[in-house]
Design a protein around this ligand. Structure first.
Ligand SMILES: Cc1ncc(COP(=O)(O)O)c(C=O)c1O
Length: 408
């Protein structure tokens, strides 16, 4: 007798649904489609030769270590490198504050596992990173959504939600996905102070901080938390868990990210990670270390900034200051999902705004927005893709109001 698997799935899987959009996005794999949909880095800037050399070095010089099981917290030289690197930006992390993860996505899952009981509320930006919602949903998270504007999360609207006792806040201060917005310095200070006042910790997700194409680097929340609150020089306490990744600065296929947190949080996460995958691939960590070392990563990030900065410029004149995305508000009456279908017929793709909003009350906002990625398509493709998108918008506007459409 064959097993009826579905009746055996755990309770927590019940709310999971595969998104219709995700299914449709499979079509975007077709070569004729210009896709602004994914968050894919540009393959033409992957440091392939450097990877080849790094693999050789690892296999020739320390294969016994690189191919063996390793410590759950990660490959020591890589952790040290990350601690040194973050120190440059003012985060005084030591090696014991760093846990290597299989991409930031695993870090988000670890955070869910560590902090979320079913029914706990998580304060998020509206819109926010869809992958975080997916990770937290599994643990039964509910959400308090706070709107953002061009300066990021509206800290003036935080007090009410903070008073209702969320477990933590999940924030993307730099070049937000999907919004492209950056939290202003003033609001960063305010956020950190409010986190302290209301006793609500912050998870700071920062995959894009280094992909700044203009303007000055702004201090991260983890730094302000220490400075504002005059914490000790080390990072033994604090209200912020910081996440970052090599996905956008090196390559996403290596699945390497990291968490910086107080040591007791790291210790608990190590226990949780042991049950997930024992540790992130030692070989990959060793290769990434060999790729990044001796200043290579710094130089490579400069190249990426140049290439993506140009693509961003091609996509739009009024632009985000970094990151990979543009968040577009549609003209009144044009529905993002309908536009998506029309655009696919013209072989151009994007992600409609809906899935980036947590919970209720924002569905209308979702249908008025879309996310465009500018890193993965080459400048010529971007010009052509935007031309097609403009045709699709015009078609939709004509469908809503023929008079308006013809003026576009
Ligand atoms: C805000 C944010 N967090 C986390 C991730 C996941 O990154 P990783 O490839 O390190 O798992 C992404 C990927 O696009 C992201 O945009």
């Amino acid at each position: 007798m064959s097993t009826a698997w579905t009746s055996r799935y755990a309770q927590r899987t019940k709310g999971m649904k595969s998104s219709a959009i995700r299914e449709l996005l499979k079509i975007t794999q077709r070569p004729e489609v210009i896709s602004f949909a994914g968050g894919l880095p540009a393959p033409d800037v992957f440091p392939t030769t450097r990877f080849q050399e790094a693999c050789q070095t690892v296999l020739q010089q320390y294969p016994e270590q690189a191919l063996q099981y390793g410590a759950t917290e990660g490959f020591e030289p890589l952790r040290e490198m990350i601690a040194r690197h973050t120190a440059r930006y003012g985060v005084k992390a030591k090696v014991e504050n760093v846990l290597i993860t299989s991409g930031s996505q695993q870090a988000l899952d670890l955070i869910g596992k560590l902090l979320i009981n079913s029914g706990d509320r998580v304060l998020v930006e509206a819109p926010t990173y869809l992958g975080a919602l997916q990770a937290f949903n599994i643990y039964g998270a509910e959400y308090l959504s706070v709107p953002s504007d061009e300066d990021g999360l509206r800290t003036d609207l935080l007090e009410g939600p903070l008073r209702s006792g969320p477990k933590f806040m999940y924030v993307l201060p730099n070049f937000q996905n999907p919004g492209g917005t950056t939290l202003s310095e003033g609001r960063r200070h305010e956020l950190v102070l409010m986190a302290d006042r209301y006793g609500v910790p912050i998870v700071e997700d920062d995959p894009y901080g280094q992909l700044r194409y203009e303007g000055e680097h702004l201090p991260s929340l983890v730094v302000l938390d220490r400075e504002n609150l005059r914490r000790d020089q080390g990072y033994s306490i604090g209200n912020v868990i910081y996440l970052s990744t090599f996905s956008k600065t090196v390559a996403p296929g290596i699945r390497l990210g990291w968490i910086i947190a107080p040591p007791d949080v790291i210790a608990k996460m190590i226990q949780l990670k042991q049950g997930m995958d024992l540790h992130t691939s030692t070989f990959t960590q060793a290769v990434a270390y060999e790729v990044a070392k001796d200043g290579f990563l710094d130089e490579h990030v400069k190249l990426i900034r140049r290439v993506y900065g140009e693509r961003r410029d091609v996509m739009l004149a009024a632009h985000p200051k970094g990151g990979l995305f543009l968040w577009v508000t549609l003209p009144a009456g044009v529905d993002a999902k309908k536009l998506f279908e029309a655009a696919l017929k013209l072989n151009v793709a994007f992600v409609p705004g809906d899935p980036f909003y947590a919970g209720n009350g924002f569905s209308e906002e979702g249908s008025r927005h879309l996310r465009l990625n500018f890193s993965n398509a080459k400048p010529d493709q971007i010009r052509e893709g935007i031309r097609r998108l403009a045709i699709a918008v015009k078609q939709q506007m004509e469908a809503v109001s023929p008079a308006i459409g013809s003026r576009l």
